[in-house]
Design a protein around this ligand. Structure first.
Ligand SMILES: C[S@@+](CC[C@H](N)C(=O)[O-])C[C@H]1O[C@@H](n2cnc3c(N)ncnc32)[C@H](O)[C@@H]1O
Length: 297
């Protein structure tokens, strides 16, 4: 039995088993559901239900049930009728859908911020990225996608208890995790990599990692910190400025408002997630003075 989207206890039971891939689809197969991949069913009220499609399996919800075999091999974007005659749209979950519905550990970063983190940190194909903490693996998944098959992501996580679920979440989207490394440990103790392109910090006291990040980053590399409160932002900005090896320190947040559009009215959605966190970025530079700069930009 699956549950609507306001219940995170979907088909991923978090029992340590590695769920199958949802995004890496064979080129010739893109328009059809494959055995082992995730489907997202939408009912006529727009409620969403996430389900892993397995031969012989059944999708159950309060609107009836549907054999997986009736979906596997059929169209993504097709319409599927349950045993009780309810028609549901079957599509593939986006990364944003998956993050919203995946098994939870520590607080995840949602699609609203994932996109801006990837673009404001300028994560590029082939990049070497260090992040902390691993948490539930949501940000890691977005980073792995952005660095692509030639890039690498090294995740630091101090709490070993969250790692298995996070790994399972990542593998649901990125089955080949050979370019992902996890270190169980405190990033404040240092970063083992050098010539790192990007350091992404989603943890409570990132100012303690500024020195380690500066040592690991290549000059021109970018540090990004995601923080929920302005007091934390101020602390990390002061630490970045005091370190002397960072410039272009900037902070922003993302406000995302949905709109309801129909023939009779066009208006903003009543509800929006206004605040989630602040994004602070800084560029690792040659310390001012050595290259003749009088003051930092
Ligand atoms: C908000 S969660 C990260 C969520 C993750 N970015 C995601 O999207 O799923 C913060 C994580 O940082 C970890 N953490 C806190 N301090 C740390 C440290 N000094 N070194 C490594 N990990 C740390 C916590 O255990 C927690 O799992």
């Amino acid at each position: 039995m699956t549950t609507p989207d306001d219940d995170a206890s979907n088909d991923q039971d978090g029992n340590g088993a590695v769920p199958p891939a949802v995004t890496e689809v064979d080129a010739g197969d893109r328009g059809r559901f494959r055995a082992g991949e995730l489907a997202l069913f939408l009912d006529r009220k727009g409620r969403t239900y996430q389900e892993t499609l397995n031969p012989g399996g059944e999708f159950h919800c309060h609107l009836g049930w549907l054999p997986h075999d009736d979906v596997i091999g059929q169209s993504v974007g097709g319409w599927y009728t349950t045993s009780r005659g309810h028609v549901m749209l079957g599509i593939r979950p986006t990364l944003g859908d998956y993050v919203r519905l995946m098994p939870r550990g520590p607080q995840v970063i949602y699609a609203k911020d994932l996109g801006n983190i990837v673009s404001m940190a300028d994560i590029f194909p082939g990049a070497m990225v260090v992040e902390a903490g691993f948490g539930s693996g949501a940000l890691t998944t977005a980073l792995l996608r952005a660095v692509g098959p030639m890039g690498r992501v090294h995740s630091y996580e101090i709490n070993e208890a969250v790692v298995n679920k996070a790994l399972s979440n990542v593998r649901s989207v990125i089955p080949d995790t050979s370019r992902h490394e996890v270190t169980v440990g405190d990033i404040f103790d240092g970063i083992s990599d050098t010539d790192v392109d990007r350091v992404i910090l989603d943890l409570p006291e990132p100012w303690h990692a500024v020195d380690a990040a500066a040592n690991a980053l290549v000059t021109g590399g970018i540090l990004l910190s995601f923080l929920p409160t302005v007091l934390q932002v101020q602390e990390v900005v002061l630490a970045l400025n005091n370190d002397g090896r960072f410039a272009r320190v900037e902070t922003a947040e993302t406000l995302l408002r949905g709109w309801n559009v129909s023939r009779r009215s066009v208006r903003p959605a009543h509800r929006m997630v206004a605040h989630s966190g602040f994004i602070t970025t800084a560029v690792r530079c040659v310390p001012p003075g050595r290259e003749g700069y009088a003051s930092r930009p």
